[in-house]
Structure formats: structure tokens, C-alpha cells
Design a protein. Structure first.
Lengths: 241, 182
């Protein structure tokens, strides 16, 4: 036996009011008044729960109608800005804003942030793995910036373009320079997506603290001679993490 | 929505509360057709229903933490958000009350004896109780719930004076309440 059942005649009126409230039959002022009473009076709250729970079994009579795609697009841009859904490491790696912040803050900040975030979980704290980061800053007002990250365990350089547009009929080419030795090509790189470049044995030998990474603007497909021909648009020195 | 188990939907809502955008996208993908159906049926205007659907999912995202498992089924909770939003629009353009807030506050109130009784799962009893009413009166109750019809619209549809419809429906609700509580 519920509390509501023990109530007197005026409670019947209340019960009907709550039913009308749940059905949506009350006008705005009355609806508002009952909402406040329900919030304040547990017996009315129980009454409302009862009606909603029972009436909910009619919910299967609402036919499904697929909404247009545009609703979700508008919803996402409204809730999340224009970014796509994502999470975890991939999202972090893909966060252009973060990378831009790192480049702006310089390598020291990049070292701290990458050391903390990229290497989680750090399986082998005592290993001899080498991790390097390089912020390739714009040269001569090229407006081209990259951040590169190297991990000796994967033997790969991960590269993300931060700024800059690729001119038509031209390609960006990445080079590494060890000391006074000539620049060695690491291949053509896209500016608008993340790239991972696996190093060959020779490159692995030479990759270390102080190795310079540079991006030049070359003809389509990269320099045909194996030597940089175009202007350097971004350059940075690798730093140990 | 055959593939939607109650646990799946409840889990997605919980993950929305943790600000999981992928969970939100999945929740939308799985439930938006149902909620659009609700908005469209009550508002009876496609553009308005699309706008309402957007608002409904904003509310769901913002207030997912207020869904309390164990009370309503998660899909019923979502339908209630959509239905109440549509009814708010119908009731008045001016936002006098936020129905979903009131509803959620009640869901938060915690267990009580009545709730325990309700949770025993006799949710389909309303069908039997509606069947005990005269057909026209049962139709009126369903029209109010499913189509958001006002007393005025119900009176016109059943071709009776407004006050007659009011009296009809209130008596029917008392009978229905007795049947449901029996």
C-alpha cells in the first residue's frame, strides 16, 4: 500500500493533475505549478513515476523515422566545434592545436609533453631506447612548420605538419643532416597529414641528439639528384627526451 | 532497434556522462530514429522536429549524468526527454518550465517502496487497463500521450464540447489509476 493510496479526496484531484501533467494536458502556468509541487512532494513524485513508467509501455508505438544527416552535423559542430569524434592517444596525436602550442613553446615544452604523453605506458624505463623530438621552425617566412618525433624502438620518425600549404606542382622533402655531412633524403612528405617514416640501418646509426631535420621545397616527386635543390622552408635540431 | 539492448543504451548514456564523444555518436546513431519519430509525431512539422531533435540531443549530452539506472528503461528515459521537449514547444514558445529538469530531479530522488513495487516489471499492465476503458476514452488517453493532443484538439477530434472532454478524460484517468494500482 503506497502513501498515495492512503490520502483523502483532495489527493484524487492531485492524482488526476499529475496524470494530466505527465500526459502534457495542462496549460503552461498549471504545468509549471504542478512541476514545482512534484519536486517538493514525494507522494506526487511517486505518482508521476508511476504514470511515466506505465505510459512508457506505449513508447513502442512511436514509429522510427531516420533523421537527415544534417542534424548530426549541426549537432556535432554545435557541441564540439567542427572536430570529429575521437579519443585517447590517436586524438592526442592528431591534435593540431596541441602541436602548434608545442612548437610555439619551443622544444623544451615539447620534450616535457611528449615525454609524458607519447611514451605512456612506458614499458621499459631502464631501456636504452632513444627518443628524440625536433620542432622544425619556419625559415625565411615560409610559414611551414613541422614537429618530428623519433623512437629508436620503432625505428621510425613520426611527423606532423603544423602550418603551411604545399604549392601546386611542388613537394616538401625531408632531410637529415649529421654534423658536417651532406643532407640525406628521407623522402617526400605531405603537409596535411601525419606521416611515419621508417629509418634504414644507416639512418638509424646517425640519428641522435643534435641531428638536424630540414624540409625543402622540391619539384614534384622530390629532388631527382638526391641532393636538396630547393629552398629550406623549415629546420630544427633533434633533442633527447 | 533490434540490436539495442537495454544495457547497451544505458552504457552509452553513462559514457556520455564521462564526455565520451564516440559513445555520444553511437547513441545518436542507435536512438535518433526513435526520438525523431517522437518529435515528428508530436510536432507534426519536419523542420521543427529536426530542430527539436538537435535540442534533445544537446540536453542528453549535457545531462547524461542525471540518468539513473534502475528506474526507467534507458530508451524510455530518452523518449521522455524527446517527448517532454516537444510538449514544451507545443505548450508555449516561452520557456516557463523545464520539464526535463523536473523529471530528472524526481528520478534522482532515490528508492522508495512505491518504486520497488513498480520495478517488478508489470509495465505492460497499462494495455490491459486501457482496454477496460471505452474505446473512445482509451483513444483520447493515447492521443494525449502519443500525439501530444491538447484537450481542445481531443474535443474536436471526438466531436464533443471541451468541458465534456475534460470530464471524460479525468474520469478515465481515475479509473485507469485504480486499475494500475490494483
Amino acid at each position: 500500500m503506497s502513501q498515495a493510496d492512503d490520502m483523502g479526496d483532495s489527493a484524487d484531484g492531485d492524482k488526476v493533475l499529475v496524470a494530466e501533467y505527465v500526459l502534457g494536458l495542462l496549460d503552461a502556468a498549471e504545468h509549471d505549478r504542478i512541476a514545482r509541487r512534484i519536486a517538493a512532494e514525494p507522494t506526487l513524485a511517486a505518482e508521476q513515476r508511476m504514470w511515466r513508467l506505465r505510459l512508457a509501455s506505449l513508447d513502442n508505438e512511436f514509429a522510427e523515422v531516420t533523421p537527415p544527416q544534417s542534424v548530426m552535423s549541426r549537432l556535432e559542430s554545435r557541441l564540439f566545434g567542427s572536430t570529429a569524434a575521437g579519443g585517447g592517444f590517436a586524438n592526442w596525436w592528431n591534435s593540431l592545436a596541441l602541436w602548434r602550442g608545442l612548437a610555439a613553446g619551443g622544444v623544451a615544452v615539447a620534450v616535457a609533453a611528449i615525454g609524458f604523453s607519447v611514451l605512456q605506458p612506458r614499458l621499459d624505463v631502464d631501456s636504452v631506447a632513444t627518443q628524440l623530438v625536433a620542432a622544425l621552425q619556419s625559415q625565411e617566412g615560409s610559414g611551414v612548420e613541422f614537429v618530428a618525433f623519433y623512437d629508436s624502438r620503432t625505428q621510425a620518425v613520426r611527423l606532423v605538419g603544423l602550418e603551411g600549404e604545399q604549392p601546386a606542382e611542388k613537394d616538401f622533402e625531408l632531410w637529415y643532416i649529421k654534423g658536417d655531412e651532406p643532407a640525406v633524403s628521407m623522402g617526400v612528405i605531405p603537409v596535411d597529414q601525419r606521416t611515419s617514416i621508417t629509418l634504414d640501418a644507416a639512418a638509424q646509426q646517425k640519428f641522435g641528439e643534435g641531428t638536424v631535420l630540414a624540409v625543402t621545397l622540391e619539384q614534384k616527386g622530390g629532388s631527382p639528384t638526391g641532393k636538396a635543390q630547393g629552398p629550406i622552408v623549415a629546420v630544427g635540431k633533434a633533442t633527447s627526451i | 532497434m533490434v540490436s539495442n539492448t537495454t544495457a547497451d543504451i544505458a552504457d552509452l548514456i553513462a559514457r556520455c556522462a564521462l564526455r565520451d564523444r564516440k559513445a555520444f555518436a553511437t547513441l545518436y546513431q542507435r536512438t535518433s530514429a526513435k526520438l525523431f519519430g517522437v518529435s515528428l509525431r508530436i510536432l507534426k512539422d519536419r523542420a521543427e522536429a529536426e530542430e527539436a531533435l538537435q535540442e534533445v540531443y544537446v540536453k542528453i549530452w549535457q545531462r547524461a549524468d542525471r540518468y539513473v539506472a534502475g528506474g526507467y528503461s534507458p530508451i524510455s528515459w530518452l523518449v521522455a526527454v524527446a517527448r517532454n521537449h516537444a510538449l514544451d514547444i507545443l505548450r508555449a514558445r516561452k520557456p516557463i518550465t523545464d520539464d526535463i529538469d523536473a523529471a530528472l530531479d524526481i528520478a534522482d530522488a532515490g528508492p522508495d517502496p512505491e518504486q520497488a513495487a513498480l520495478d517488478k516489471g508489470e509495465r505492460t499492465r497499462i494495455d490491459g487497463c486501457l482496454a477496460e476503458l471505452e474505446e473512445a476514452k482509451a483513444d483520447a488517453v493515447r492521443g494525449a500521450y502519443l500525439d501530444g493532443f491538447s484537450y481542445e484538439e481531443l474535443a474536436a477530434r471526438h466531436n464533443v464540447p471541451l468541458n465534456t472532454m475534460r470530464t471524460w478524460l479525468r474520469r478515465s484517468l481515475i479509473k485507469l489509476r485504480e486499475c494500475l494500482a490494483a
